[in-house]
Design a protein around this ligand. Structure first.
Ligand SMILES: N[C@@H](CCC(=O)N[C@@H](CS)C(=O)NCC(=O)O)C(=O)O
Length: 212
């Protein structure tokens, strides 16, 4: 077993969140770019992620999938980067709150909005996110408590939920609000975020290479 970090991604995917996190962590990693379509669904890659989706991270013989889990894992695996409140800190409650709010309600609400799947008002009590207006209100609440989501320090929760806020506003799945825009402008300017965007932008294949 080695301790190598291998990052499976596509430059136009949620893998951009993990790239940002890896750049924040600052440890060496190797990127495996997976083409959408048959390669991603082939047995070789399903041995890494049976879902046949990106991103995935392999750290030695451990595989982590799911953007939020990968971000949280990296923060814990490399504590010197200071990307999570330390174990025992009550701020971990806030940190987990926003990580999981992103992975559950925000992800579902944004996907349903993108697909124009409307929740009938009488079923909002059944749906985990209730209604989009409340999700956006909650996001405003999350970014309004301080500079970052979990106290004064930037954490993996900012990488993950921040990415959903920023890209959600960009793609029109999350309504723009001044507090959300100000928060996104603040975190998207971080050197690691800028570096990550540049790396992924350079990896975007020309259209013909993606046609199958
Ligand atoms: N819940 C997963 C979502 C992963 C996902 O849906 N990835 C998309 C790209 S953003 C994908 O791999 N799509 C290709 C496919 O399903 O064939 C996460 O948060 O990591």
């Amino acid at each position: 077993m080695t301790d190598e970090l291998v990052f499976y991604t596509h430059p136009m995917s949620r893998g951009r969140i993990v790239r940002w996190m890896l750049e924040e962590v600052g440890q060496p990693y190797r990127t495996e770019v997976m083409a959408f379509g048959p390669d991603m669904k082939a047995a070789a890659y399903r041995a890494i992620n049976p879902m046949g989706k990106v991103p995935a991270l392999r750290h030695g013989d451990i595989v982590v999938t799911e953007c939020a889990a990968i971000c949280a894992y990296l923060a814990d695996a490399f504590p010197a980067a200071g990307l999570a409140p330390p174990p025992g800190s009550r701020l971990r409650g806030t940190y987990f709150r926003w990580l999981f709010f992103g992975a559950g309600p925000v992800e579902a609400a944004a996907t349903n909005t993108a697909l124009k799947l409307a929740i009938p008002p009488e079923r909002e009590g059944t749906v985990g996110y209730g209604r989009m207006a409340d999700v956006v209100g909650m996001l405003e609440h999350a970014v309004s408590g301080g500079t970052y989501l979990a106290g004064d320090g930037f954490t993996a929760a900012d990488v993950y939920l921040g990415s959903q806020i920023g890209w959600g506003m960009q793609f029109g799945t999350i309504e723009k609000r001044p507090a959300l825009e100000a928060y996104w402008a603040r975190i998207a300017a971080r050197p690691a975020a800028v570096r990550a965007r540049a790396i992924d932008d350079a990896l975007i294949p020309p259209p013909a290479a993606e046609e199958r």
